[in-house]
Ligand binder design. Structure first.
Ligand code: BGC
Ligand code: NOJ
Length: 816
């Protein structure tokens, strides 16, 4: 069944009942300050780093689910104070006469009604500021006066989220707040090494406040029974240690039809080291005053929201789609791009599955995230590339992750994931194709974050390329190292110890285990490197690189082909993985998708055979599973992949990230029907009415959908932070709809289902706008018969980059 519907004109998903099969969330913020926000007002927020600078507390894996948020409690005095409820449904699970949550681009709106009192909450992070705004409006829809009491509630996190949930012997003694009028300041650790505090404020005078959790809730009460609210009176508690919270108590008298609006702001403020204090023990509130003075009225909040809407309208205006298939159009035109922004910002750090304390920015993840983001804000992609490249080692390998605050590589995980270096070439090539900015190659970028080791970005690319060239195994295929894209193929790990990290343990430095996937990634990104060399007058380097690519594809031909599909890898004993010789794990998706993407086997029919085998052995109703047969037992020589129960995660789950590789591969073969089928199967909008099984948000991709060996085949997990977002956007926009940036301009190369009779795409590209209409009344799957640009026939399929700030009309006719 459905729990809501899309509102495409508003670019919103409208949730119409609160008890969704899992909290359905949204992200607030698109620059430095972020909030996670569920359909029942759960979630938390942080400044730049979800681990180090978390403002509010959130309890992952809690019972009941989704514990922690920006809560509002209402109390209607007329009913003798008996009626207390939470208008966002949670945490009291209050019965509501009406409920709706609209998740939009960077904002969410919850509205509800109970006993004639309408409530609406609009939550967002304004552009350019480090705060969340929660605009709350109460409207008396009844025929009599109402005396309403409104209590706000947030629980402060003591900044370092990891410490916050582990170090109680210290934490229970350090909490500090200050209260000034309607403003509650959270200043734990400010007396020592922090120069930042949080402020939770409302723009009206208040009746009272509370800042001590136990006083507000009662020690043995949950969020669903706050004592203060039931008593109808704030206690003006001042937190000292234990758990500091922020709660305002507001009284609102409302005549019939009358509305009142309150603007709540939850902000992050910093002071220069020498200006921390107003006087001893009293924090300098200047930055808070400046921030709050901007959002003191509901008009100011509305203006900030309008600016945010305008921002998103412009961003999404850079690529729009119109087609008969509204599900595809809304995903490609709105939600997929939105998710690309979120993955760009978050990498894999903070979601309802990623705790925000675990992972920083991933080298391979962030490079791939660029692919779906670069057309939105190329300048930000550019600086991200430079940040990532600075975490590369001089030998071309790379820190697998880095911390967003310090931008330094993460020593705990280190390096040794041998696919990492190649993703840098992939990301930089995408950036140059989008922008034509070859200048980025001349930027001086440190190695290992050490300025003394800085060299040009081009040199970084060369080291990436050469790393693969110089790290090959016995079959001339790339050594896998700790793992390749599949973090769970840990072929040198040999772990027997429970809890030991599969990713970082290496008990067996075989120098033998090889990856066919890395070979294919090399064969796919290598030619981009060659193009970059050619276009920057590095002919000799281009020639060298071409030879290496040929060597690599020959190695795949000789040792990477299994008869009906591509082999996946060779283990530490030199035995095949992903071969009919294996008992389990006979066929894997990744090497097959990527090899065909790299054009390997296209000429001699192996590509087609490989993709047919993928369909035959790996396909399912909900997408293509990662491997078959699933590993039934733990294999010490394979690592984490065999640790999962069959059907989950990398052990034969539908690991959505690699499905678009098959989609793209299918378009290389011109099989538009099959390409689209693989696209649609994992596309959430097509499963909106199947939400009870899928469980995750119908507007975003999930990392994994349980595979056919799993009990809950079709159930999704890990929504939002997944490389699926970027790769699916690439597959639909560049390969199915076929509007693809290349070094010379925009290639027009659609590969669609024969039933798709046409579509239009608008694309902003290097300073001009292209309005592209594709006519497929011929019912073709691939092939362009003619193209006109501004009425003139185009020779070939590459539209030049006009860069003239004008709109260009492109008419494409598919067929022979
Ligand atoms: C997961 C992988 C993930 C890795 C990250 C593993 O447990 O299965 O999907 O990439 O952890 O560290
Ligand atoms: C999730 C990780 O973030 C990504 O880097 C990896 O490629 C996939 N899992 C597959 O293991």
């Amino acid at each position: 069944m459905q729990y809501g519907h899309f509102d495409d004109d508003a670019r919103e998903y409208v949730i119409t009942r609160p008890d969704t099969p899992y909290p359905w969330i949204n992200y607030l913020g698109c620059e430095d300050f972020f909030g996670l926000f569920s359909n029942t007002s759960g979630g938390y927020c942080f400044y730049r780093d979800a681990r180090m600078l978390r403002l509010t507390r959130y309890r992952y894996n809690n019972v009941p689910a989704d514990a922690g948020g920006r809560y509002f409690y209402l109390r209607d005095s007329a009913t003798g104070g008996g009626d207390v409820w939470t208008p966002s449904w949670m945490p009291m699970k209050s019965a509501l006469d009406r409920y709706e949550c609209r998740h939009g681009m960077g904002y969410s709106k919850i509205s509800s009604c109970r006993g004639g009192l309408a409530f609406s909450q609009t939550s967002f992070v304004p552009l350019g500021d480090t705060c969340e705004i929660h605009k709350v409006t109460l409207t008396n829809e009844s025929k009599t006066d109402k005396n309403i009491e409104l209590f706000s509630f947030i629980e402060f996190c003591l900044w370092n989220a990891n410490d916050d949930m582990t170090n109680f012997q210290r934490n229970f003694s350090i909490g500090e707040v200050e209260i000034e009028g309607s403003r509650i300041y959270h200043k734990t650790e400010y007396r020592e090494r922090r120069n930042h505090y949080a402020v939770w404020a409302v723009n009206v005078p208040i009746e009272g406040f509370d800042t001590d959790r136990q006083t507000f809730l009662g020690l043995y009460n949950g969020f669903d029974h706050p004592q203060v609210v039931f008593d109808g009176k704030a206690k003006k508690s001042v937190a000292s240690g234990w758990a500091p919270i922020g709660s305002h108590h507001i009284k609102a008298k409302l005549g019939p039809g009358e509305s009142k609006t309150f603007v709540f702001v939850l902000g992050y403020c910093e002071n220069p080291e020498d200006q921390k204090w107003e006087k001893q023990g009293i924090i300098n509130k200047k930055p808070a005053n400046t921030l709050l003075s901007k959002y003191g009225t509901s008009e100011a909040a509305d203006k900030a929201l309008a600016a945010l809407n305008e921002y998103w309208k412009n961003l999404l205006g850079r690529f729009t789609v119109d087609a008969e298939d509204k599900k595809m159009a809304r995903m490609a035109g709105i939600w997929n791009q939105y998710q690309c922004m979120i993955t760009f910002n978050m990498s894999r750090s903070a979601s309802y599955f990623e705790s925000g304390i675990g992972r920083g920015m991933g080298f391979r993840d962030s490079n791939q995230d660029l692919l779906g983001f670069v057309h939105l804000v190329p300048e930000r992609a550019r600086s991200r590339i430079l940040d990532i490249a600075a975490t590369q080692f001089p030998d071309g390998s790379a820190y697998h992750q880095y911390q967003p605050l310090t931008k330094r590589g993460n020593n705990e995980i280190g390096s040794g994931f041998n696919d990492d270096p190649l993703w840098l070439i992939c990301g930089v090539a995408a950036y140059i194709k989008e922008t034509g900015d070859y200048g980025i190659l001349n930027e001086k970028v440190p190695f290992d974050n050490d300025e003394a080791l800085a060299d040009t970005l081009f040199v970084h690319l060369k080291r990436s390329f050469d790393y693969t060239v110089t790290h090959k195994g016995p079959h001339g295929l790339p050594l896998i190292g700790r793992a390749d894209w599949n973090d769970c193929l840990n072929l040198n790990c040999f772990s027997k110890t429970p809890g030991e990290s599969f990713q970082t343990t290496a008990n067996f430095e075989s120098g033998v285990a090889e990856s066919v996937l890395i070979a294919a990634i090399f064969a796919f990104t290598g030619p981009e490197y060659v193009e970059i060399c050619r276009r920057t007058n590095r002919a000799a380097e281009a020639e060298y690189a071409e030879k290496e690519i040929t060597k690599m594809t020959e190695a795949v031909d000789q040792h990477g082909w299994d008869g009906d599909w591509f082999v996946r890898a060779y283990d530490a004993y030199g035995k095949k993985i992903g071969s009919r010789e294996c008992e389990d794990g006979k066929i894997f998706i990744e090497s097959n998708g990527f090899a065909v993407m790299a054009d390997i086997g296209i000429k001699d029919g192996r590509a087609q055979k490989a993709l047919d085998s993928v369909k035959e052995h790996l396909d399912s109703k909900y997408g293509i599973v990662l491997l078959q047969p699933a590993y039934k037992d733990y294999h010490i020589e394979l690592g984490e992949v065999s640790s999962y129960p069959p059907g989950y995660k990398e052990n034969a789950g539908i690991f959505c990230h690699n499905n678009p590789w098959v989609t793209i591969a299918e378009t290389r073969l011109g099989r538009g029907n099959r390409a689209f089928e693989t696209y649609a199967k994992i596309c959430p909008a097509y499963r909106e009415d199947d939400s009870d099984l899928r469980r995750m948000e119908p507007y975003v991709y999930a990392q994994m959908v349980a595979g056919k060996d799993a009990v809950n085949h079709g159930e999704a997990k890990n929504s939002w932070l997944t490389g699926t977002a970027a790769w699916t956007f690439v597959s639909i926009s560049q390969y199915i709809l076929g509007v693809r940036p290349c070094f010379d301009g925009l290639v027009i190369d659609p590969c669609v289902p024969s039933s798709m009779k046409g579509f239009t795409v608008t694309r902003h590209f290097r300073g001009a706008d292209y309005h592209i209409t594709v006519d497929n009344s011929a019912g073709a799957e691939k092939g362009v018969k003619s193209i006109t640009v501004d009425g003139n026939p185009l020779v070939g399929t590459v539209i030049p980059a006009f860069g003239d700030n004008k709109i260009h009309k492109v008419v494409v006719t598919m067929g022979k």
